[in-house]
Design a protein. Sequence first.
Length: 94
Amino acid sequence: MKHHAWYSNNFPCDGSPFMSFLRSGALYVSGRCKAGHQPVVVINIKKFIEQKRSMIELQDIATYFFDWVERYYLVQGRVESWFLLMDLKDVYLS
């Protein structure tokens, strides 16, 4: 019941405030894998960090993006999962 109330209050979600983030290449769908047709979601960590978004904004972006992936890339009973790749190029951990 709690989830239904949250979903009803948050969807459909207007993605226009997130378009600059999504167009930056920080988070995108690269295509589908060959074997099971699962979507391949890529997170470019360097671009993600450069966006300097608040945690609330990132939560809203993730909610919008993964709802979009679920609506347009997943097929119940056929394609019910995705692959997540994290691009760590030029990111240094200390």
